[in-house]
Design a protein around this ligand. Structure first.
Ligand SMILES: Cc1cc2nc3c(=O)[nH]c(=O)nc-3n(C[C@H](O)[C@H](O)[C@H](O)COP(=O)(O)OP(=O)(O)OC[C@H]3O[C@@H](n4cnc5c(N)ncnc54)[C@H](O)[C@@H]3O)c2cc1C
Ligand code: FES
Length: 311
């Protein structure tokens, strides 16, 4: 079965990488900060306890974190869910984040017991039912949602290969914990660093070139990391007729499809598909040129975006 057939079948099964977003299950709740610790290389691990009214997020979905006033930022900040576990009264959601600006730095200052408003779960996650050996391709902090995916694959008795790349060994963020989590999910870790300080000397796509021929075909790729890496992984998937699903990011305001502030350029084939299904698509989801990262994604099938126009 070709990659296109595979994606068409996946679309038919649940519309991942398709056009129409599934019904939203999100709500806004007050969460309390649990464990919150340094993860190295400027990153932090955060746990938030949410009440049982909050729907269980799927791997690849995200939440909007809104800091309680007084806060230095007005708008919420999007964050990928890195783990979910049951806890007294609800769920504990895990996150791995970099404190890069005013919002995430204020988040980093929160202590156990502080309250954060959480909107979610949002967006479309990784389509875990697409057949093939799962190859998870991570760049830097992108490893976190992919570990969550590896655990979901393990529950489906599917073993993952995780290819983890960074600029140097120090930026293989939270590597020890990631390796332990992956091993308990029955997966295997493969490393690459640009400077060769750990694993293969080269990019994670060089690593993909090296590892892919040794794996049982067909492969299915799920990737999370910087856009330049995702573009290279998408092109690799298209070149090798291998389904590839990429967790994209954009600056976001609402996270729910309303503000139209998180556009990503659709590919020509996606624009054609949209035109064909025009009559069945609610107007909110109908921009012919641009997909909204928050509702059409954040996970996109490689053929659905115009990688020439993604930076
Ligand atoms: C779906 C999704 C999931 C995300 N998951 C994570 C995660 O798991 N961990 C994590 O650390 N971050 C994640 N991010 C990025 C995170 O939301 C931003 O880093 C955060 O909003 C920055 O807010 P700030 O107020 O600290 O910085 P700002 O002052 O708002 O921005 C600081 C700098 O970061 C840039 N920036 C802001 N948002 C983004 C973005 N989305 N992509 C690229 N550059 C950006 C700004 O242009 C600016 O240069 C995710 C973003 C999206 C859209
Ligand atoms: S963030 Fe508002 S439409 Fe996506």
């Amino acid at each position: 079965m070709s990659a296109t057939d595979e994606i068409t079948r996946a679309r038919a099964a649940g519309d991942p990488g398709g056009i129409v977003a599934p019904p939203a299950a999100w709500r806004q709740v007050d969460a309390t900060v649990g464990a919150h610790r340094d993860a190295g290389a400027g990153h932090r691990c955060l746990e938030l306890h949410v009440p049982r009214t909050f729907a269980r997020p799927e791997p690849g979905q995200f939440v909007q974190l809104l800091l309680a006033p007084p806060a230095p930022v007005l708008l919420p900040r999007p964050m990928s869910v890195a783990s979910v576990s049951a806890s007294a009264g609800g769920l504990t959601l895990g996150f791995l984040y970099a404190a890069v600006g005013a919002g995430t730095q204020a988040l980093a200052a929160l202590s156990t017991g502080a309250v954060v408003h959480v909107l979610g779960p949002l967006g479309r996650g990784f389509p875990l039912d697409v057949a093939g050996t799962p190859v998870l391709v991570a760049g830097g902090r992108g490893v976190a949602p992919l570990l969550f995916a590896a655990e979901a694959f393990a529950r489906r008795a599917r073993r993952c290969e995780l290819l983890f790349g960074a600029r140097d060994a120090a930026h293989l963020v939270a590597l020890a914990g990631a390796t332990a989590r992956l091993e308990s999910a029955g997966g295997r870790m493969h490393l690459a660093t640009d400077d060769g300080s750990r694993g293969l000397a080269g990019t994670v796509v060089d690593l993909l070139d090296r590892i892919a021929p040794r794996l049982r075909a067909p492969l299915v790729i799920h990737a999370c990391g910087p856009h330049a890496m995702l573009r290279a992984v998408a092109r690799w998937g298209l070149r090798h007729e291998t389904p590839a699903f990429l967790a994209m990011e954009s600056v976001m305001a609402c996270g729910t499809g309303v503000c139209r502030g998180c556009p990503l350029p659709r590919s020509e084939s996606a624009r054609t598909e949209l035109a064909r299904r025009r009559d069945r698509i609610p107007s909110l989801y109908g921009s012919p040129e641009f997909a909204m990262c928050c509702t059409d994604g954040p996970v996109f099938a490689a053929p659905d975006l115009d990688w020439e126009r993604i930076h």
